[in-house]
Ligand binder design. Structure first.
Ligand SMILES: Nc1ncnc2c1ncn2[C@@H]1O[C@H](COP(=O)(O)OP(=O)(O)OP(=O)(O)O)[C@@H](O)[C@H]1O
Length: 273
């Protein structure tokens, strides 16, 4: 058993090799991005590179512009003049998971996951392919026995799993997540955090990088390689902290001194904002 776990760890390490900073590949970048809604300036000169094979958390005060930053990354919004959002990687494909699962109540789990794959003018998948991709994504998130359940028949955690499956079914290389577990109870949240890491590390998904907005300092330290801290609005990046925990992350790492030290350091910096 131990040998199998060790083998899996080695596989994960090979699958997701740590890159030296000078050779790290940038997947997408925000350069000097400011953004205003009318008179209200929300973002101020935000600079951030998202690298291949990394997990980034974004922490910042409520209303500072974290979701707006994700919408910039998705190019649903454009920055003010002078700013630039650049997609640098040739295999970049973005997926999004929102705080609320936003499932169609009249569709089953598998129909909800299939729907976006069938929409749009340039249909990438046939009906049959879309269905197979949806079923395989639902299996990945552990909902194989609930494919034909309607959203009201699923718990909050299961609904969020379905929303993650919906994003994964389109084979994104970068997954953007806006407080995906914020509305869940602590135990479910903890469970889903580790499930998310497992999905990220799995060779069965196309995921390379994850950018997650969270309000939890502990969650950000446990999950991420880097924590990006934002100031109050108009928000800029005040700090980028490299988390010194070993990879892959595992349950129990919250007991390590590096974990406590990093949480303490982030708390100190949040207080100074
Ligand atoms: N479409 C919009 N039109 C006008 N103002 C907007 C729009 N979207 C966001 N805002 C404003 O931009 C600011 C930043 O919003 P955003 O949702 O990005 O913050 P946030 O950091 O994600 O907040 P929270 O942590 O509370 O979720 C807020 O003051 C919000 O009211």
């Amino acid at each position: 058993m131990t040998a199998v776990i060790k083998e899996q760890k080695n596989f994960i390490a090979e699958h997701r090799p740590l890159q030296e900073s000078k050779e790290r590949e940038v997947m997408l970048s925000l350069s000097d991005c400011s953004l205003s809604f009318g008179e209200v300036q929300v973002l101020n000169q935000v600079n951030l590179d998202v690298y291949r094979n990394e997990f980034i958390s974004i922490l910042g005060p409520s209303g500072c512009g974290k979701s707006t930053m994700l919408r910039l990354m998705l190019q649903l919004l454009g920055p003010d003049k002078g700013g630039q959002v650049t997609y640098t990687s040739s295999d970049l494909s973005l997926g999004m998971v929102f705080q609320k699962p936003v499932l169609m109540p009249w569709l089953t789990a598998v129909q909800n996951v299939t729907l976006p794959l069938e929409l749009g003018n340039k249909k990438k998948f046939t009906k049959q392919e879309a269905r197979e991709k949806a079923e395989s994504a639902l299996r990945l998130v552990g909902l194989q026995d609930f494919m034909n359940h309607f959203p009201h028949q699923l718990s909050g955690g299961m609904q969020q799993r379905a929303a993650i499956a919906r994003a994964l079914a389109a084979d994104p290389t970068v997954l953007l997540m806006d407080e995906p577990f914020g509305a869940l109870d602590e135990l479910t949240r903890e469970k889903l955090n580790f499930e998310l890491l497992r999905l990220w590390e799995s060779p069965e998904t196309s995921l390379s990088s994850i950018v997650m907005v969270t309000h939890s300092i502990q969650e950000s330290v446990l999950l991420s390689d880097r924590v990006v801290m934002m100031s109050p609005r108009p928000a800029g990046v005040t700090d980028v902290i490299q988390v010194p925990l070993p990879s892959p992350r595992e349950a129990g790492m919250e007991e390590l001194p590096e974990f406590h030290y990093t949480v303490k350091e982030l708390r100190k910096r949040v207080k100074h904002l």
